[in-house]
Design a protein around this ligand. Sequence first.
Ligand SMILES: Cc1cc2nc3c(=O)[nH]c(=O)nc-3n(C[C@H](O)[C@H](O)[C@H](O)COP(=O)(O)O)c2cc1C
Length: 298
Amino acid sequence: MNRREALKRMGASLAAIALAGVAPKTYAAILKERSNNKKRLVFYFTATGNSLFIAKSLSDNPISIPQELKKENLSYEADEIGFVFPDYAASAPMIVREFLKKAKFSAPYMFSVITFGNAAVNVCQWWDKFSKENGVTFQYIKSILMVDNYLPVFDMSQQITIDKHTDENLAKIIEDLNAQKTFVETAEMGFFNEEMLSRMQEQHFSMTADRLLELKKDRCIECLTCEKVCPHKNFRLGDNGLEFSGKCEYCLACVHACPEKALTLKSANPQWPGERNPEARYRNPNISLNEIIRSNQQ
Ligand SMILES: Cc1cc2nc3c(=O)[nH]c(=O)nc-3n(C[C@H](O)[C@H](O)[C@H](O)COP(=O)(O)O)c2cc1C
């Protein structure tokens, strides 16, 4: 590596650290570790940017799972391979599961960081079991608390005001990974039990776009932002305006990204009245709409 490349790499690392809000005393250690020429691949899925923010803090060039799935050859070799994705009902998004099953990984150190908004429950143990059943062993699996984008339960205008201490927790994860720590998070089930979780998962992962979404036609300006952020290409313009159908990830990328708030949720659960605040939407403040589009567009 020449001096110019070294400075460029250091600049990118510093920018990532600045974004992560890491305390100054850890700069030296992190820079030292990140300049040790280990090849690290980080794969991510995101709907509202939390997981992309974490992935960008762990790699200069994180790789979008929905984009990668378009390729024929899904074979990866590196010193370190990582996954970053959101927790959906104490399990992984379908698209992440599909990628794990289809791809082949070869790396002496594999890790996963799972972003969640309120209750991670046993998601890390679930992912540990699921990945092992599919022939992949992660040495490190940890969750990180961030803004909860699950609209049926949270009013986003309140949710974004809560300090989730993400920067401190991220700094700890960066240090763990740089030391190639071996660790799988375990957690109490708390309010949940296995039966409740499997019912929630079943509901989530059998969702279709027409069952989940409602369109306020008078608001829709047919900009097709929803189509651009959807990892399953569920939207199109028909003779009568916006149409949507197809197997849905339930990621809520479309609902959160709509600039007119024209997409809302039908009732996700008969006990909940649709969503808490149809006028409040979220995108991680460090991530642009274009980055979500580049991550998910089909
Ligand atoms: C369908 C769905 C289910 C979710 N389930 C959980 C959950 O069980 N526990 C939790 O703490 N957060 C849950 N969340 C919140 C997300 O995991 C969290 O906000 C995540 O950081 C979003 O990541 P993203 O911005 O990369 O899409 C859920 C979100 C969605 C859309």
